[in-house]
Design a protein around this ligand. Structure first.
Ligand code: SF4
Ligand code: SF4
Length: 369
């Protein structure tokens, strides 16, 4: 398999403020380019696009290509599983949403210390192992957002797991909060292959501030910033797949162009990327990946990731432009940052462990006021 997977969490939208309004016609064209260039791996989940990603994939891919032509990964959303029976119900619903009789890969979604307690209680690993025995999935694994210590615990307890999906990118590799390198090392020590999510850090590494971009352009004027990020992740030896959440045809064209005949980064490229990263750091105040896990449960309908993006880019966009972007979202019906009632629901759902309430106060101070 080629090392690039199609992440179906940031599909093109007809209305950018409505995650369910997937632009199917554009998505079909994107799938066609992806398939034509020999890529086959698709990654979806129950919660992506507020539950519409799997159905869109059915329309754009499953109904239009023979089953053996593609591989699908889906995930059990442990964060909304409340009783053991939910596992079977959700699993079957996912097969129906996708219109397939089996998955190629099936993960427990976004495990962390808290979710792992629930996973044990609900016997979720036993559940997916049983599904593998029944032929309902070919491979099993889990995606993960926590410390290397928690990862070690899970892998020690569950040697039957075949793959681990980790957040890995050049920004997080040595980050002392995310500890991506340490997590990767734990997976490798346990003999697991790694699938990479967030190689472009929720799209943040696709657009770099000028001084960072210049360093990379000097070495290869044609290469996009995203290509550097994806090749970086794919260059790790035990990585078998890098997911990119593609949102338009241009991104598919670009990603497939350099991943069709993938070449790992050489020493000179590695050094340039390190330099670009160092120049980038001061600009990245908030490490939100725009996964949207925090938004469905917000009682005030606050556009948390969008506000964080505005806050992050405030440094190089300037206050006026930031305020315009903020006001546009408020006018479209999103709750203001100042409407936050500090209930904390969002922070429980955030895989990056961001202090969302505190950051929203900053949005109020720097943008809303
Ligand atoms: S703490 Fe604020 S932003 Fe978070 S869910 Fe509650 S109201 Fe929404
Ligand atoms: S704040 Fe956290 S949960 Fe919300 S979009 Fe950002 S990373 Fe995802």
């Amino acid at each position: 398999m080629k090392k690039l997977g199609f992440g179906c969490m940031r599909l093109p939208l007809l209305n950018k403020d409505d995650q369910t309004s997937i632009d199917l016609e554009q998505f079909k064209k994107m799938v066609d380019i992806f398939m034509k260039r020999g890529f086959t791996y698709y990654d979806t989940a129950y919660v992506y696009h507020n539950g519409r990603s799997e159905g869109a994939l059915k329309e754009a891919l499953v109904k239009r290509y023979p089953r053996e032509a593609f591989t699908i990964t889906d995930k059990m959303p442990m964060f909304i599983v409340n009783k053991e029976e939910d596992l079977e119900r959700i699993f079957n619903e996912q097969l129906t949403r996708l219109g397939v009789d089996h998955f190629d890969y099936y993960w427990l979604h976004a495990l962390n210390r808290t979710q792992y307690v629930k996973v044990q209680k609900m016997k979720a690993f036993e559940f997916i192992a049983q599904k593998k025995k029944e032929g309902k999935t070919v491979h099993i694994g889990f995606s993960f957002h926590d410390t290397p210590e928690v990862l070690k615990q899970i892998l020690d307890d569950h040697p039957e797991v075949e793959y681990v999906q980790l957040q890995l990118n050049y920004l997080d590799w040595e980050d002392t909060d995310v500890r991506a390198k340490e997590c990767y090392d734990v997976a490798v020590q346990h003999g697991k292959k790694v699938i990479v999510m967030e190689p472009v850090r929720g799209g943040k590494l696709a657009t770099l501030p000028e001084e960072s971009a210049e360093v990379l352009k000097k070495l290869d004027p044609q290469a996009s910033p995203a290509s550097w990020a994806i090749r970086y992740a794919a260059s790790k030896e035990e990585v078998i797949m890098v997911l990119s959440g593609m949102s338009n045809i241009a991104q598919v064209e670009d990603n497939t162009s350099y991943m069709e005949d993938f070449k790992p980064l050489n020493e000179e490229e590695d050094k340039a990327l390190y330099k670009a990263k160092e120049l980038l750091k001061p600009y990245l105040s908030i490490l939100c990946t725009a996964c949207h896990y925090c938004t469905p449960g917000c009682p005030k309908k606050i556009a948390i990731p969008e506000y964080f993006e505005i806050l992050s880019e405030n440094q190089w966009n300037g206050r006026k432009k930031s305020q315009e972007a903020y006001q546009k979202l408020v006018d479209s019906g999103k709750g203001k940052a100042s409407a936050c009632i500090k209930c904390g629901q969002c922070e429980k759902a955030c895989p990056q462990h961001l202090q969302i309430r505190k950051l929203l106060t900053e949005v109020v101070e720097k943008i809303e006021k």
